[in-house]
Structures are given as structure tokens and as C-alpha cells.
Write a protein that binds this ligand. Structure first.
Ligand code: LUZ
Ligand code: MOS
Length: 747
């Protein structure tokens, strides 16, 4: 086999958008953005900039031949601000120049004046003023109002969580190449080639078949390229349209951080009621999502917050209402977990608060309220094949939770300024896009005459290992050596109408589509052999062909060549659509998820109570990976998700000044590095086959992120053994500065 499958990453040979050999005549784009949070554009003067050295063309809103509209779910977002600028970093003009340097130099020569308008940055203020992206939504189960008086304990409070920058290694990038008769081919760093195709066609007033989008791989995305890869690709296409020349745009890190959306910050009011024994009787919450200046995916994200509001707990009476609040910040967007982490954080805050008031240990409250099979979520679905209790009990056992807790108490008594803390974080995450129609994927499989295999699907490889998983699935379905199988780039001309690779469902959906396509070809091959031999049951196992269980003297290569000579179709296309899912948005009830992923983490931390600094010592995880398709990939996803979750809860802080992001470089925005990484002990549940997904596997991308929430409560726990007399504010990220302010009376 000539197919060299040594991972090119390890040799630095992988090709990202900026590594594609530059075509002749290439123009480089630079983005001129608004520097006020809200205002009318009074005057935009590009004349100086147009004369700047190397500048070929400057494009503004009126140069858009189609619709100046990039909104996906709700059409409320301009590609280029026309009359009004809604946030700092919003694109206003695009400079096309011979070199990147010249394009950037010309940026300083654009003159713009505004008539400033009042700006809103706080979601609660936005809600009060009726500034919403869409109407609020409410989920109810049982009847909360009649239950409060039956509760032994009722606590109320507020919980805030911060946003989060994606910090994909590869910043937003695109390259557009004009072709014949209007065709534009776009290489884009996107999770959703079809969305880039649809939005670009809309901008240019084109039919979608004029736009080809091709994606080899991304240098990370984490949700940041689900909806927000579109503008950069559209700018390049617009440039190619006007100049007839190829155009490339690769954002600098600070540009990327200032211009693109992040995880949504939330502010929430909660109320929880428990009986004497600590059983939750009622939960009520109002979520204020900071949606930013336009909708983007905010409404879907808000929905996922609501679906995960009660996390792993059974609550018989629930009323939750969520508001998508329009503010003057870059539109917040998808980020691993897609609103679920924000919802689960509130639930854990409410329980932690209740534990403080009742003096029942939080671990007892958690365990007592875990969902039982058959219990109903507030959205109507009943829980099936739950692995919650198993994962909870196993991690408590593995980590020696009780023993650790006792040891910590002794340690904390002995040490005045160093305190240890521990917390359990159980997680239940629903798998499927909550927008039911997105749960589909296509695949196109070719077998060439030498027996080698080429597979195209709608999946985007972004470092999560989806290509390796699809090869594994195809190798199994064809029963051939995996080294015969190659995964092609994701291309809209080979697989059309793709859903974003998102919602942890990339391998589930695209793997299943590939499996179906492979099976179609195998059926044809078996029929061929059966006809040739005039015999019955043909099976193929590890490239050996059997007739009625007896080996047939024909190799895989010979079989494929024979099929070719007999003019058998060696290509197949397939579509997979997740069965049994639906949701009634009027009733807010349904079965939105194919299944759930479960798991539990135990987190140990140590706090330096003089400095407010801390170390996350160790995280023990028992996770439900179903029958893992690839052990190393799934371990990597679990560890990576955890660490990203810890970062969100602890040191990752977005600092704004009047709508301007100050933490807009890797020097000022701190995130976990190797030194910050705890010891991580991951165990996958044994015998956890999942009948709902391909080869009995389970989705892995997002669920482990939420184990990171445990770190917040372990830190709280440690801080409370230093002082208990002060009220705890449920506010994340719990930076060392914030912790220090809790521990001491400081100005
Ligand atoms: N994207 C989306 C997602 O459009 N719908 C979802 O439900 C979702 N969930 C997680 C991540 N991305
Ligand atoms: Mo996503 S948050 O792009 O799965």
C-alpha cells in the first residue's frame, strides 16, 4: 500500500487555509471594523485609503450585489455595517491589496465618524428595556407555585457565568478563487461548508451551485466556526467577484478575539425547594443570556440551556424562563456545550446553596436526587438506559471520595492558610441537534479498481478525530484493512446540504452515513460472488471471502477488479437521519435527543488563602463512552473538554471597557496551559453499549466540558474552610483575584 498514513500533523505537514500554496495574482484582505459600540455611521471616507500603496479595491456595504445579510437562524445581521454600527469590531469595509502588509497599512487611512447612540452591555438591563433578540421561552413541569409551601427549605439566589474565548489555534481564515462562468471556489476554516455556501450565495445574489466550498481540516473550532466562519469567507468571495482575482483573509489573533463572538455570559435568578430529607421538590429560574448584537445561534443555545437546566436531577415541579438579551457586544455564539454548561452551573449553584442552608452535605443532596430510569425531564422526554448512578457510584469509589474528604478536613484543621477542597460533578448531556432537521448527514464512497477506498462525508476534521472514527467504521463495514481507506476533504460538490459538524454528533451522523454507503457496495459484491459461484450465503471478513462459511479463492483486489469488469457500481451515496426524535415547540415537549451521555467527576483542589491562588490537584472521571470507537481519541476529548471547562470556571476572564474587549490577546487572556493541568484519571464505563449510535458508540465532544464545573465548587469548598461568615456570591470565573476578595476584606 502506497498510502502514507503517518499523521502529517506530527511532521508539521498538515495543510490549513494559510498553508495552501498561494495562487498567482492573490489579493490579501484586511477588515476595517467599527470602534464604537453603537452609533450611526455619519461619514465613511475611503478615498485616502484607496490611494494607499498596493491597494486594489475597497469594498463597503453598497458593493454587495445580493443581500447584505448573513443571519442564519434569524436574519438580523449585516455582513458590512451600512448605516448603523452595533458593536466594536463589527466589519464596515474590506481592503484588498497586493500584500497583507499593504492591506493593513491602508486600514489606518480610512476615516469614519459616528453619531453615537446609547449602548447596552448588561443582559438584565437589556431585558428591562425590552431589548430582546427573540421572545422569551418557558418550560414547565408539574406546578411549582403550589409546592413552595410544602418545602422544608427554599433558597433563592443569583448565579452569573462569564463568556469564553474559543482560542482555536487557527484563526478565522478563507481563500476564494474565481473560476469559469462566475464559479467561486472557497477554502474556508468552517465547521459548516454548506452554511458558507448558502450565505456567500446570498451575499452575491448567486445560485448555490456557483459556489464550491472545500475544507480539508481546521486547526480547532470548538463551536467558534459553526456560524462565525461565514463573514470571512463571504469577504473573500465578494473580493473575487469584484476583482476576478483570488482573495485570502486570515485574521490576526487580536482581530479574531475582538471581531468574533464567544461563549454567552449568563446571569440567572434561581429558586429551589427541598423536603426534610433533601429531595428536590421544585426549581424555578430566569435566565438572562447576553446574546450580543445579533441572533447568530443564540436562540438555539438558549434552548439547550433550558434542556439542561436540571442536569442529572429529577425535579417534579419546574418552571424556567429564558431571555435572549440583545446587547452591543460581538454576537455570542456556539461554544462546546452550547448553553448546557451555563444551565448546569446554575443548578449546581442552587444545590450548593441549599446544602449550605440545610447542612446536608452536597454529595448527599446530589446522590439523593439523581434521575431514575423512566423519570421525566422538564421537556417531556423520559430517561432511558441511564448510566448516571453507575458513573456516580464508581467515581465515588475510585476516587475514595469519603476518605479524601476526611483527609482534607484533617489537613485543613492543621493548616491555617492552605486549604483543600473537593467536589462531585455529575453530568447528563443530550445528544442530537435540538433543531431536529439538522440531524442528518450524507456520505459518498468510491472503491477504485485497485481496491483502495475514498470516502467523503459532511464531517469536518478539526482535531477531534472524526476522520479516524469514520475510517474505523468503514473498515468494519467493508471488513478491510483500515489503511486502504482515505477520507477526502469535505466538499459541497461531493456531499451536499451538510449540517455543521457540531453538537458532538459528527461521528454519529456521518459515520452512520458512511456505514450505510459501504454496506450498499458490500451487498453488490456479495451478490456478484454469489452469482458467479451459484451459491448462497457470501460473507466477507478481514478481506477474505467466504461462501457458506468456506473460503473462496479470490482476493479483495481481484474481487473489486471482477466487479469492475462486470460493470458493478463501485460507488454509493447514503443519507442518515436520526430516528425517533421530534420536538413540539408550541407545547415545549418532545423527544429532542437520540440518547444522553452520562458521567461524573470528582475534583480535588488546594487554595493558597494568603494569595488567592490555587492548584487543581486531581480530577477523577468515570465517563460513559458507550463502546468507544477509539480509546485514545475519546480519552483525549475527555481530558481536553475537562480542561476547557476548568478554564471557563477559573482563569478565563473577558474584560470589557464600554464594549471594548481589553483581554484581546493571549498575553491578557489567560487560559489553562500544561502547568495548570491537573492529574487526570479517566475511566470509561465497561459494558455500556449504546444501541442508539453507530457501532454502539457514544458521542464524546461536549459532555466532558461540564466536568470542569466541579472545580468551581471544589474551590468554594476550600475557601469556605478558610472563612464561612461571609456570603458566597455564585459568580464565575472564580479568578484568583475574585477568590482573594472573598477570603479577605480588601478594597
Ligand atoms: N448546534 C446547533 C449545536 O445548531 N444545535 C445544537 O443543538 C447544538 N448543540 C451543541 C452544539 N452545537
Ligand atoms: Mo458546537 S458548540 O459547534 O458543537
Amino acid at each position: 500500500m502506497k498510502n502514507d498514513l503517518t499523521p502529517p500533523h506530527t511532521r508539521g505537514e498538515s495543510i490549513f487555509v494559510d498553508d495552501i500554496p498561494e495562487p498567482e495574482n492573490l489579493l490579501h484582505a484586511a477588515v476595517f471594523a467599527s470602534n464604537i459600540a453603537h452609533g450611526k455611521i455619519a461619514n465613511l471616507d475611503i478615498s485616502e485609503a484607496e490611494k494607499s500603496e498596493g491597494v486594489c479595491r475597497i469594498l463597503i456595504a453598497k458593493d454587495i450585489p445580493g443581500e447584505n445579510q448573513i443571519g442564519g437562524v434569524i436574519q438580523d445581521e449585516e455582513l458590512l455595517a451600512d448605516e448603523v454600527a452595533d458593536f466594536i469590531g463589527q466589519p464596515v469595509a474590506i481592503i484588498l491589496a497586493e500584500t497583507k502588509k499593504q492591506a493593513r497599512e491602508a486600514l489606518t487611512k480610512i476615516k469614519i465618524t459616528y453619531e453615537e447612540l446609547p449602548a447596552i452591555f448588561d443582559p438584565r438591563e437589556a431585558a428591562k428595556k425590552g431589548s430582546l433578540i427573540a421572545p422569551s421561552r418557558t418550560f414547565t413541569l408539574g406546578d411549582v407555585d403550589s409546592v413552595w409551601e410544602k418545602c422544608a427549605t427554599v433558597v433563592e439566589g443569583r448565579a452569573d457565568s462569564g463568556g469564553q474565548e474559543h482560542i482555536y489555534f487557527e484563526t478565522q481564515s478563507a481563500l476564494a478563487i474565481p473560476g469559469e462562468s462566475g464559479r467561486i471556489t472557497i477554502y474556508s476554516s468552517t465547521q459548516s461548508p454548506t452554511l458558507v455556501q448558502r450565505i456567500t450565495a446570498r451575499i452575491l445574489g448567486y445560485d448555490m451551485n456557483l459556489i464550491e466550498v472545500d475544507v480539508k481540516r481546521l486547526g480547532g473550532a470548538f463551536g467558534g466556526k459553526e456560524d462565525q466562519a461565514n463573514p470571512w469567507a463571504a469577504f473573500c468571495a465578494l473580493g473575487a467577484y469584484h476583482t476576478g482575482r483570488p482573495v485570502k483573509l486570515v485574521l490576526g489573533r487580536t482581530e479574531d478575539m475582538q471581531m468574533t463572538g464567544k461563549r454567552h455570559p449568563y446571569s440567572t435568578d434561581y429558586k429551589i425547594g427541598l423536603n426534610e430529607e433533601g429531595k428536590i421538590l421544585a426549581f424555578e429560574a430566569d435566565y438572562y443570556q447576553n446574546s450580543g448584537a445579533s441572533a447568530d445561534l443564540s436562540t438555539a443555545i438558549l434552548g439547550r440551556t433550558m434542556f439542561h437546566a436540571t442536569n442529572v436531577y429529577y425535579v417534579p415541579n419546574v418552571r424556567i424562563t429564558a431571555y435572549p438579551c440583545k446587547t452591543n457586544l460581538a454576537p455570542f455564539t456556539a461554544f462546546r456545550g452550547f448553553g448546557a454548561p451555563q444551565g448546569m452551573f446554575v443548578m449546581e449553584c442552587a444545590l450548593s446553596h441549599a446544602a449550605d442552608i440545610t447542612d446536608i452535605p452536597i454529595s448527599v443532596l446530589q446522590k439523593k436526587n439523581l434521575l431514575e430510569e423512566g423519570d421525566q425531564f422538564p421537556y417531556g422526554m423520559r430517561i432511558e438506559r441511564s448510566q448516571i448512578k453507575r458513573s456516580f457510584d464508581e467515581v465515588v469509589l475510585n476516587s475514595k471520595y469519603e476518605e479524601l474528604k476526611n483527609k482534607q478536613e484533617i489537613f485543613n484543621e492543621k493548616h491555617r492558610f492552605t486549604k483543600k477542597g473537593i467536589a462531585i460533578m455529575p453530568v447528563c448531556f443530550g445528544i442530537s441537534f435540538t433543531t431536529t432537521m439538522l440531524n442528518q448527514a450524507g456520505a459518498l464512497v468510491h472503491i477504485y479498481t485497485d481496491g483502495s477506498v475514498s470516502i467523503s462525508t459532511g464531517a469536518i476534521e478539526m482535531g477531534q478525530g472524526v476522520n479516524m472514527k469514520i475510517r474505523t467504521i468503514a473498515a468494519h463495514a467493508l471488513s478491510i484493512n483500515i489503511n486502504r481507506i482515505r477520507i477526502e476533504s469535505t466538499n459541497t460538490t461531493r456531499v451536499a446540504n451538510t449540517s455543521p459538524t457540531a453538537a458532538s454528533s459528527g461521528s454519529d451522523l456521518n459515520g452512520k452515513a458512511a456505514e450505510i454507503a459501504c454496506t450498499k457496495i458490500i451487498e453488490r459484491l456479495r451478490n456478484l460472488v454469489s452469482e458467479k459461484l451459484g451459491s448462497g450465503l457470501i460473507t466477507i471478513k478481514d478481506e477474505i471471502i467466504y461462501s457458506e462459511g468456506k473460503k473462496v479463492d479470490i482476493t479483495w483486489e481481484e474481487l473489486i477488479w471482477l466487479a469492475y469488469t462486470k460493470r458493478i457500481n463501485l460507488s454509493a451515496q447514503a443519507l442518515y437521519a436520526t430516528p425517533r426524535i421530534y420536538f413540539d415547540k408550541k407545547k415545549e415537549k418532545g423527544r429532542p435527543f437520540g440518547y444522553h451521555v452520562y458521567g461524573t467527576a470528582v475534583t480535588e483542589v488546594t487554595v493558597d488563602c494568603l494569595r488567592g491562588t490555587y492548584v487543581v490537584d486531581k480530577v477523577h472521571i468515570v465517563h460513559d463512552a458507550g463502546r468507544s470507537l477509539n480509546y485514545l481519541i475519546d480519552i483525549g476529548q475527555t481530558e481536553g473538554g475537562l480542561l476547557q471547562g476548568i478554564g471557563w470556571m477559573t482563569i478565563e476572564e473577558l474584560v470589557y471597557d464600554n464594549g471594548k474587549l481589553l483581554s484581546s490577546a493571549l498575553a491578557t487572556y489567560k487560559f489553562p496551559d500544561l502547568h495548570f493541568t491537573p492529574e487526570i484519571d479517566v475511566t470509561f464505563l465497561e459494558d455500556a453499549d449504546n444501541p442508539e449510535a453507530v457501532m454502539k458508540s457514544k458521542a464524546i465532544g461536549e459532555p466532558p466540558f461540564m466536568y470542569g464545573i466541579g472545580t468551581y465548587f471544589a474551590l468554594k469548598n476550600a475557601a469556605r474552610s478558610f472563612r464561612k461568615d461571609k456570603e458566597w456570591e455564585y459568580s464565575s470565573p472564580l479568578t484568583p483575584e475574585k477568590l482573594l476578595l472573598y477570603l479577605h476584606e480588601l478594597e
